[in-house]
Ligand binder design. Structure first.
Ligand SMILES: Cc1cc2nc3c(=O)[nH]c(=O)nc-3n(C[C@H](O)[C@H](O)[C@H](O)COP(=O)(O)O)c2cc1C
Length: 217
């Protein structure tokens, strides 16, 4: 039994999402020291962009007539789904890129979603404790000039919470580009507060998912 952790940041050495996910993972490890942490690093090991279509099209082909690529894609989909189904809790760390969802995460999600166990009517993931850590370079809060431009967070929440039925906590840290992009220097105090709030939420959510799993054992 285990925690499954997915990372989607393409810049691991400076990653704010990985740092926050580390806080969640640390709480998990404290509560469940003997438990395994299964990792999927989508930057180091991206899911091939062709895999999803290969699985979908393979469903219209007799098993013996499937191409090698279709067979490999089906096998990868099963491995990815196994990781989700087998874990007791899930942790996703996903940045905002180009005002939308990370392409690495979308490719991974689409492939996982081909597995019949991971179905809105299925029970394999329903109610499973989970944390989504998401980080944004800018700030898209209500009343800000870019309100409505974050097309990642609401999609992530929709698919993880409503489609997959996870018992989801969302830890969000906006303004990670403050201190990196000089044009944002005037937001240093706000960004520092948002960072601290996100860290507090990350620790809390790690304790919560670990506690829920402990209570269910
Ligand atoms: C290629 C690229 C595109 C990005 N696009 C956006 C964007 O559209 N909006 C935004 O607010 N931040 C954007 N960012 C900033 C990232 O969201 C921010 O740096 C975040 O902290 C990255 O996650 P990480 O720190 O875990 O690597 C982008 C960063 C990169 C590298």
């Amino acid at each position: 039994m285990s925690l499954f952790r997915l990372d989607a940041s393409i810049l691991p050495t400076t990653s704010a999402s990985r740092s926050l996910a580390d806080l969640v993972e640390a709480e998990w490890r404290t509560a469940h020291p003997a438990s395994e942490v299964v990792r999927r690093d989508l930057a180091a090991d991206p899911v091939p962009a062709t895999a999803w279509a290969d699985v979908v099209t393979s469903n219209f082909v007799d098993e013996g007539d499937r191409s090698d690529r279709q067979r490999e894609a089906r096998s990868l989909a099963t491995t990815i789904a196994d990781e989700l189904v087998d874990a007791e809790a899930l942790l996703f760390a996903v940045p905002l890129y180009n005002y939308g969802v990370s392409q690495h995460f979308k490719t991974w999600f689409d492939l996982a979603y081909t597995d019949p166990r991971i179905d809105p009517q299925g029970t394999a993931l329903r109610g499973k404790p989970a944390t989504l850590v998401t980080v944004l370079g800018g700030n898209y809060a209500a009343g800000t000039p870019k309100e409505g431009w974050d097309h990642s967070t609401s999609w992530l929440r929709r698919v993880l919470e409503d489609v997959w039925g996870l018992d989801l906590r969302v830890v969000e840290r906006p303004f990670t580009l403050v201190g990196v992009n000089p044009a944002l220097d005037s937001f240093a105090d706000t960004a520092a507060e948002l960072k601290q709030t996100a860290e507090t939420h990350a620790v809390r959510s790690g304790r919560e998912i670990a506690g829920l799993v402990a209570a269910s054992r």
